[in-house]
Design a protein around this ligand. Structure first.
Ligand code: NAI
Ligand code: MG
Length: 373
């Protein structure tokens, strides 16, 4: 339930080596499952199965299936039913979301339910660790970074207008950046950096062009260590900054330079999909939507209509999202067991879906992971 999460547990850093356990003493864990559309329906059962496989390492999971998505909209006229929001707010400890098939054209009455949920539950941070798997488990991975994406504003406030002028159509969008949202995403990013071995944070922006909006984001994040309540806590975190376009360039040429990257909503969205290419597939990259009171796992990928129904969707991003959600809740041992099992399946390379060059089915990959958990 929304009031029950101790703040500290949500700040447990996703770094595998350093995550601290908040060891909550719950009897059971009520988990909302929102598969959504497309391959969301194929991969969310994999996340559920991985959680169940943990047995007594976590409180007894109690799953509740919840509706949302474009299919839900075409069936009922509502993309995000109030009942879904109510159950999440009042009954669930956490949730896992699949994907939605938001159309690229405007559909009257439709609005993306995942963007809506992030706002309704005040899940202000989207934390996206992108990690490659080293051939030798004792070696460091080539890519080991976390994109911390602001999750509530920027262009995603979706205030758009279309005007007809004498020169033809003119479209405008409002981009909102506030000090409050920039500060709390900044604090989250500093906390995560502090919990990782390198303790390095890069602030991503474009304030050479957008000096007011991105300028506010950049300044506010950079000022976080000087806030009175911070009290020197972030002194060990090394801060750098990078303009977003050259950040993408450097990400592809030398991903090793990055540890934690913090960015406004749209840049963070793009950067994390780009970073996914470095580790082989979007089907590998997990995320959590995190607020101070609720946590929702979500694979970074979309509904992938091009592979729908073929039983070849990679379930590992969803399985890892379940682990990341548990890690943020303080169930580090369970999260570690899932992550290790996924890493082993990738390392062995015998049962993988086609996006990773394999011939395996979704169901076979899930079986392989469950055996190792
Ligand atoms: P996408 O992420 O669905 O797919 C991009 C490419 O990656 C496709 O070739 C797809 O087959 C592949 N891919 C994605 N996940 C995979 C997996 N688990 N295993 C194997 N291959 C995988 O992005 P796209 O095609 O741009 O969007 C499709 C739909 O998804 C759109 O309606 C879009 O609005 C929606 N979408 C929803 C998101 C969400 O729910 N958070 C995020 C991104 C897109
Ligand atoms: Mg995206």
């Amino acid at each position: 339930m929304m009031q029950r999460l101790p703040l500290r547990s949500l700040r447990a850093p996703p770094s595998r080596a350093l995550a601290t356990s908040a060891s909550p003493t719950r009897q059971s864990l009520k988990i909302g499952l929102i598969p959504g559309d497309g391959i969301g329906v194929e991969v969310i059962p994999a996340a559920k199965a991985a959680i169940v496989a943990l047995g007594s390492d976590i409180p007894k999971p109690d799953f509740v299936d919840l509706d949302a998505g474009f299919e839900c909209f075409t069936r009922t006229g509502v993309a995000l039913p109030e009942e879904t929001v109510r159950v999440l707010e009042e009954e669930c400890d956490c949730a896992i979301f699949g994907a939605v098939s938001s159309p690229t054209r405007r559909v009257v009455g439709y609005s993306s339910p995942i963007v809506g949920l992030r706002k309704r539950l005040d899940l202000y941070a989207n934390v996206r660790p992108v990690t490659s798997v080293a051939a030798d488990p004792n070696e460091k991975p080539d890519v080991d970074l976390v994109v911390v994406r602001e999750n509530t504003e920027c262009l995603y406030v979706k205030q758009e207008e279309l005007k007809h002028t004498e020169n033809g159509k003119e479209a405008r969008a409002t981009r909102l950046i506030t000090e409050r949202a920039s500060r709390r995403i900044g604090q989250m990013a500093f906390d995560i950096a502090l919990g990782r071995p390198r303790k390095h944070l890069t602030v991503i922006h474009k304030s050479n062009v957008l000096s007011v909006t991105d300028g506010l984001f950049r300044e506010t994040v950079r000022e976080v260590p000087t806030l009175p309540e911070v009290n020197g806590k972030y002194n060990d975190v090394q801060v750098a900054e990078q303009i977003v376009d050259s950040a993408v360039y450097r990400l592809f040429r030398e991903p090793q330079i990055y540890d934690v990257m913090v960015a406004p909503n749209l840049y963070g969205d793009i950067l994390s999909d780009a970073a996914a290419a470095l580790v082989g597939s979007l089907g590998l990259v997990p995320s959590v939507n995190a607020g101070d009171k609720f946590i929702m796992g979500e694979p970074v990928h979309g509904s992938a209509p091009d592979i729908l129904g073929l039983d070849i969707a990679n379930p590992l991003a969803s399985i890892r999202s379940a682990a990341l959600m548990l890690r943020f809740l303080g169930y580090v041992k369970g999260a570690d067991r899932i992550d290790r099992a996924v890493d082993e399946v990738i390392r062995e390379g015998t049962v993988l879906t086609p996006d990773l060059g394999g011939k395996g089915k979704t169901s076979e990959v899930v079986e392989a992971v469950l055996k190792k958990i």
